[in-house]
Design a protein. Structure first.
Ligand code: S3P
Length: 165
């Protein structure tokens, strides 16, 4: 039994692909954001609002650490910014087989601008510019942790799951 972590930007399909992949492999599906919300008893927007992004990253790192120590047979959908922290990148490389779901900015924009209000990092006058900037900053980090990269733009969830299996 392995540990598979899906990494990639918001809207790249980590949670949707992760849940179906886990079902197919008979692994446990864990969504890192939900795991953090359960541990802290706070919603992600509330963590951002009260402690800022730095506090959220700390929670994220601790959650990843806890999962890496305990879990086998897990598919983990990470949050899009997990790779911004060097310790989190090290944990991903050490303890997980990481699959990078890579999408173009156009695909991401089309998907996330619809529900940008629920995403703390997109509370910006120009969320499209913010998305492009964050994607450019993170690109190398996703590649650094990834064992496999999949270009997801043209593929259905089923095809992506099948490819990973
Ligand atoms: C974030 C992505 C979110 C969530 C938080 C920060 C980011 O997860 O962890 O809002 O920094 O890109 P998803 O990628 O699941 O949307």
């Amino acid at each position: 039994m392995g540990r598979i972590a899906l990494v990639g930007f918001m809207g790249s399909g980590k949670s949707t692909v992760g849940a179906q992949l886990a079902e197919k492999l008979d692994y446990t599906f864990v969504d890192l954001d939900t795991f953090i919300e359960n541990r802290t008893q706070m919603s992600i927007p509330h963590i951002f609002a009260t402690g800022g992004e730095a506090h959220f990253r700390q929670c994220e790192q601790e959650a990843l650490n806890a999962l890496g120590n305990q879990s086998r047979g897990v598919v983990l959908a990470t949050g899009g910014g997990v790779v911004t922290q060097a310790p989190s990148r090290a944990l991903l490389k050490e303890a997980w087989q990481a699959v990078y779901l890579r999408a173009t900015p156009e695909t991401i924009l089309a998907r996330v601008l619809q529900d940008a209000t629920e995403r703390p990092l997109l509370q910006d006058e120009h969320p499209d510019v913010r998305i492009r900037t964050l994607m450019a900053q993170r690109q190398n980090w996703y590649e650094e942790v990834a064992d496999v990269t999949i270009e997801v733009d043209e593929f259905s969830v089923e095809m992506i799951v099948q490819y990973i299996v």
